[in-house]
Design a protein around this ligand. Sequence first.
Ligand SMILES: [Zn+2]
Length: 468
Amino acid sequence: MTDSSAAAPGVRAGIRLVRARHVLTSGSLGHLRDGAVAVDGGRIAAVGPWSELRERFPVADVLGDGGGILTPGLISCHGHFSEGLVTGIGETHTLWEWIVRIVGPIEPHLTREMAYVGTLLKAAELALSGVTTVADMFCSAPGAEPATPGVVAALDRVGLRGDVSFGPSDVPAARPIDRCIAEHEALRSAAAASRRSRFRVGLATIPSSTDALVKATADLVAEVGRLHIHLHEVREEVTESRVRRGCSSVQHAERVGLLDGQTVAAHCVWLDDDDIAVLRDRGVAVAHCPVSNMILASGVCPVPRLLREGVAVGLGVDGPASNDSQNMVETLKIAALLQKVHHLQATAMTAPQVLEMATIGGARALGIDAEAGSLDPGKSADLVLFAERAPSLAAVHDPYQALVYCASARDVDQVWVAGEPVVSAGRLVSVDLDEVLPHARELATALARDAGLPSELVRGRPTRPQPD
Ligand SMILES: [Zn+2]
């Protein structure tokens, strides 16, 4: 057993014990059978075998029925709540087509209300799949009223920890840089006033930005110290950068100062040795998003190589328009399957590696590993309890494999962030989805109409061949 305060008395008001058949700590204690976590307010006070913690805290309330798998809260390192209302369309598009036909057209029409409702919907989906921390990059055309504060308000309502950014672009659609800066600042103010969100500078991509926007972003990174960006998602980005600048986007980002802070780079699929050296030497973390990489046919991130090189790698669900679900449990399984089939090697990615990326690896990627990512004393009590009532987790031999290959989001029974319940008995605590869904449908319909999304994308396929 480890403890944050050796002199802690055995009987203390407010301490609760969370007990589970398997506790996967992602920390110094590894896997505990019949283990428990003592929660004091919003913090983890102790972690250890159930018998020891029960003896130590004899009158503490006990949460959980003693079954199931308890893990740190899952961390999604990359996504876009700006796509919360445009899911399930464009499956045959690759990245550029998808940007031109779907994401680009909606960006000028996203309002703060759409940001709020879209985030409520997708943060709910994330929480119900065990996520406690989400890194988001909201991509919109900055208007007179900043939309991004809606993201923070919705995350606060659901109860999730947010690492929030605005991801501007100004190519091919020109957008005034002062408007982009104003949107960053509005989000920054909202995050500063929020319960659990923290601001990060964002930039959509280098090829979709003028040099002036890249420069303004680097200046803001120098002040804020954190950046969220897409790098090398598709091969065309690397080719274009080499033709235009004589180096890759990763190398250009380093030269212009974008990587001077703590950086999360989404995707990093197309990397050569020099790029990997930059990521390693500059401490750039990678947000690996296997589902969207597969849907958009982008390629396969060299995750095993990056891990060997010591690059921090977290997992992300990516945006609701390119995943298209926000199911983190699904992302765990696919992260393993993608590497196995790509390398034609069953050992290419193991279940413990996947859980590590989804917890402490994600925390390292976001620079919050002193606060979250593992069940260790002193950290925030961000926990997920997967129940064993459902058939999927009825017989657990290896809890890591059970979690990665057998579990589904339906098995997420309890989620706590900083000791506060966000999901209880498989239902959101603070949001009544029955109230949110009808309005979300109306907004989604209005957004598709106002953005002029191609009719064949949003009306579905005909059930029989249509006459020409
Ligand atoms: Zn993305």
